[in-house]
Design a protein around this ligand. Structure first.
Ligand code: ADP
Ligand code: MG
Length: 188
């Protein structure tokens, strides 16, 4: 089943020369989807506009094309949905729903703070997928600062532990592609 991707961004549309900190071979290796067979995670880590969502989406589309059940969701929306399910006494079935995807893409961890109750819901999902399913995360927050995002350090640690145990972290440093035209003008 093909998840709802926010935009159809594929790898052919990605300009690797603009972002030299990214290892193209590594990204191409993700497209083989071996990481899904091995139930490994990918974390794209870097500032706004460097291509995290684009790359995560490319991999998701490749997986969906090969009929791997894939779903893309923003972290904030995921948590809102879990919260709503909790209030409506259907948390278990919602968690099961999100755990069944062979590949889940959780976009934008860290742009919005996550309170303790929300972090507990998020933890439950991460724990259910741990070592069973692959998840791709995008985040602009260094792991050391996840305490501040999740507010409760123990919970932040338990979440990070499970995410990173079998994961490839792709740190991206560089300029935002969104404002590249302005940067070009500045240097003229
Ligand atoms: P992030 O998730 O890191 O904030 P995005 O992946 O949303 O950034 O990228 C911002 C915009 O710039 C998107 O429209 C994306 O397709 C485009 N983009 C980013 N990096 C590149 C690149 N290296 N080549 C082509 N387009 C890019
Ligand atoms: Mg993004």
């Amino acid at each position: 089943k093909v998840g709802a991707f926010p935009h159809r961004k594929e790898l052919k549309d990605f300009d690797f020369t603009f972002q030299p900190s990214i290892n193209q071979e590594q990204i191409l290796d993700f497209l083989t989807l071996r990481f899904i067979e091995q139930k490994e995670n990918i974390v794209f880590l870097g500032p706004s506009g460097v291509g995290k969502t684009h790359l995560a989406t490319s991999i998701g589309i490749a997986a969906a094309k090969k009929r791997t059940s894939t779903y893309f969701i923003k972290c904030h929306e995921l948590i809102q949905n879990l919260k709503k399910a909790l209030l409506e006494n259907r948390l278990e079935s919602r968690l099961k729903h999100y755990s069944k995807y062979k590949l889940l893409i959780i976009d934008e961890i860290g742009y919005l703070p996550i309170d303790t109750e929300d972090a507990k819901l998020f933890f439950q999902l991460i724990d259910m997928r741990y070592e069973k399913k692959s998840t791709i995360f995008t985040t602009n927050i260094n792991f050391k600062a996840w305490d501040e995002v999740f507010q409760e350090p123990k919970l932040a640690n338990a979440i990070l532990d499970r995410i990173l145990h079998h994961a490839t972290v792709v740190p991206i440093v560089g300029d935002s592609y969104r404002i590249k035209d302005y940067l070009d003008k500045e240097s003229e």
